[in-house]
Design a protein around this ligand. Structure first.
Ligand SMILES: [Zn+2]
Length: 416
C-alpha cells in the first residue's frame, strides 16, 4: 500500500502536543512515520496526499466493549428487569444462523469505522466477530465466550471453549488477539471460572468478564436471592458457595482477576472491591450509557481512576444502547468523574489501548505505532486553542474519514 500523507486543521496525537495545521505521514508498512508541522514531515513523491482543513485528525477510537454479532437487533428487547432482558437476548441469539451472525458482525465492523473506531474488544460466542474483525483489519481483542452455571458442566464447557479457541486461532493477526470470556457470575459456575482462568493464564490468553453489573448479580452471590437465584433454583442449579461475597471478591476467590483480565461494567463495587481490582492489576471497560439504560446505577469510575486502574470506554451492544457512539460514552464518563474534555478524548483512545495492553501499537499518533486514525469535522478556531471541547461534543455523523494502518476504511458520504 502506498504511503499516505494527511494534513488536518488540527492533529491531536493524544501523546504529545496538538498541532495546528498538522501533518501525519504513514509509511507503506502501515506504521506512522512522522507527525508534526507541515515543514517537518517528509513528502515522499509516491505518497497519497489528503487535506482536511475542516477536520481534526485523532488516533482511531478504541471501544473496549462490544458485541458486534448482535448488530441489527437494536430495539428488539425492552424492559428494565435485567434477568428477563438476558433471557430475551438469549432467545434472539438462538434464532440467528451462523451466516446471520457473520453478516451482522461485518455490519458492526462497518459501523465502528463510520464512528471513528479502529480497535475493539469484542465478546461473543458465535465465533464470527473475530473473522469479521480480522478481514477488515481491525485491531484489538476478540474474546470467545463460555457459559455454564451448573458446576457439573464445567469440564464439558471448558473442553468446548478449548476446541473453539483452537479453531478460531487462525483468525488472530498481528493486530488482533484472540481471548476468552467466561461470561458473567450469573451464567458461569465457580469451578468453570477457576478452570478457565487457569487455562487462559497458562496459554497467555487475555480474559474478559462481565462483572458486578446488576444488583441481581450481587444478590445472587451475597444472599442467594433475587431474580438470578430464583432462575437457578428453578433450573436445579446449586447456588454459589460460600455466599456472602461481593462479585469482585467471588471472582478473586476463583483466580479470575489479574493483569490479563478486563472487567466489563463494574458498577456494584465498594471501596474494598476497588482496592482489590487495583491490587490485581485488572483493567476495566467502563460502559456508562449501557449502565444507565439498564438502570444499574453509575460505576465508580472516579474511584477507579484515582487508584490508577486502567480504564477504557465501551459501548456494549446495540441492544443496550442503540447506536454505538464512543464519544458519547466519553462525555458521560467525563461528567461522572469530573474530567475535562482532553482527558475524555484520552479515555476513548490511549487509555482504552492501555486497558487492552495494546498501547505500544495503537491509541496515539506517534511514530512506530499503526497508522490508525480518524478525522472528525471541526471548524478551525482562530484562538489557537486545541478543539477538545468541540471534539468531545461530536458524534458519529461528524466523522469524515477513518484509516487503519494508513488504509482508508471509511469516508463520509461515499464508498472508500
Ligand atoms: Zn456486554
Amino acid at each position: 500500500m502506498p504511503a499516505r500523507r494527511l494534513t488536518a486543521g488540527w492533529v491531536i496525537p493524544i501523546e504529545g502536543r496538538p498541532i495546528e495545521r498538522g501533518v501525519m505521514l504513514v509509511g507503506e508498512d502501515g506504521r506512522i512515520r512522522a507527525v508534526g508541522p507541515d515543514a517537518s514531515v517528509p513528502r515522499p513523491p509516491e505518497a497519497l496526499v489528503e487535506n482536511y482543513d475542516d477536520g481534526a485528525l485523532l488516533p482511531g477510537l478504541v471501544n473496549t466493549h462490544t458485541h458486534l454479532e448482535l448488530t441489527g437487533l437494536e430495539g428488539q428487547v425492552s424492559g428494565t428487569d435485567f434477568a428477563a432482558w438476558i433471557r430475551s437476548v438469549r432467545e434472539l441469539k438462538a434464532a440467528r444462523s451462523p451466516e446471520q451472525f457473520l453478516a451482522a458482525a461485518r455490519r458492526g465492523v462497518a459501523s465502528c469505522f463510520a464512528a471513528g473506531v479502529t480497535a475493539v474488544a469484542d465478546t461473543g460466542d458465535s465465533g464470527t466477530a473475530i473473522r469479521a474483525l480480522a478481514e477488515a483489519g481491525v485491531a484489538g481483542v476478540a474474546y470467545h465466550e463460555v457459559f455454564g452455571p451448573h458446576p457439573d458442566q464445567a469440564c464439558d464447557s471448558l473442553r468446548g471453549l478449548q476446541q473453539s479457541v483452537a479453531e478460531l486461532a487462525r483468525y488472530a493477526t498481528e493486530r488482533l488477539r484472540l481471548g476468552v470470556s467466561p461470561h458473567a457470575p450469573y451464567t458461569v459456575s465457580g469451578p468453570l471460572y477457576a478452570a478457565t482462568s487457569r487455562w487462559a493464564r497458562a496459554e497467555a490468553l487475555p480474559l474478559a468478564v462481565h462483572l458486578a453489573e446488576s444488583r441481581a448479580e450481587s444478590q445472587l452471590l451475597g444472599r442467594g436471592a433475587g431474580a438470578f437465584a430464583d432462575a437457578w433454583r428453578e433450573r436445579k442449579i446449586p447456588l454459589p458457595s460460600p455466599l456472602g461475597r461481593t462479585p469482585v471478591e467471588w471472582l478473586d476467590d476463583h483466580g479470575v482477576l489479574g493483569e490479563g483480565t478486563l472487567c466489563i461494567h463494574l458498577v456494584q463495587a465498594g471501596r474494598d472491591d476497588l482496592d482489590r481490582i487495583a491490587r490485581s492489576g485488572s483493567a476495566v471497560a467502563h460502559c456508562p450509557l449501557s449502565n444507565r439504560a439498564h438502570q444499574h446505577g453509575d460505576a465508580p469510575v472516579a474511584g477507579l481512576l484515582s487508584r490508577g486502574v486502567r480504564v477504557g470506554l465501551g459501548t456494549d451492544s446495540v441492544l443496550s444502547v442503540g447506536r454505538l457512539d464512543l464519544v458519547a460514552e466519553a462525555r458521560a464518563a467525563g461528567r461522572l468523574a469530573g474530567l475535562d474534555a482532553e482527558r475524555g478524548l484520552a479515555l476513548c483512545t490511549l487509555e482504552g489501548a492501555r486497558a487492552l495492553g495494546l498501547e505500544a501499537q495503537i491509541g496515539s499518533l506517534v511514530p512506530g505505532k499503526w497508522g490508525d486514525c480518524t478525522v472528525i469535522r471541526c471548524a478551525a478556531g482562530s484562538d489557537g486553542r486545541p478543539p477538545y471541547q468541540e471534539l468531545l461534543a461530536s458524534g458519529p455523523d461528524d466523522v469524515l474519514a477513518t484509516f487503519v494502518g494508513g488504509r482508508d476504511v471509511y469516508r463520509a458520504g461515499g464508498p472508500v
